[in-house]
Design a protein. Sequence first.
Length: 66
Amino acid sequence: MSCKSCASENQTELGAEINIHFPGRKGLDKPALMIFPKLLVCLDCGFTQFPFPEAELRAVERDVAA
C-alpha cells in the first residue's frame, strides 16, 4: 500500500496511545477517550493514518450528537 499523500512505499507501522478530548466548554464535562491504534507512517513525507476502533467511534458519535 502506498502513501496517500506522496505515493511512497517507504512506510512503517507503529503502536500509539491517543487521548481524545471533546471540544468546547461542554467537552470539559466529558471524559477523555483513550485509543491504542496502529499508526501507518510515511517515512518520506510524514503522512500518518490509523483505523479508529468501532466501539470508540460509536462513543464519539454519541458524545458529539448529545
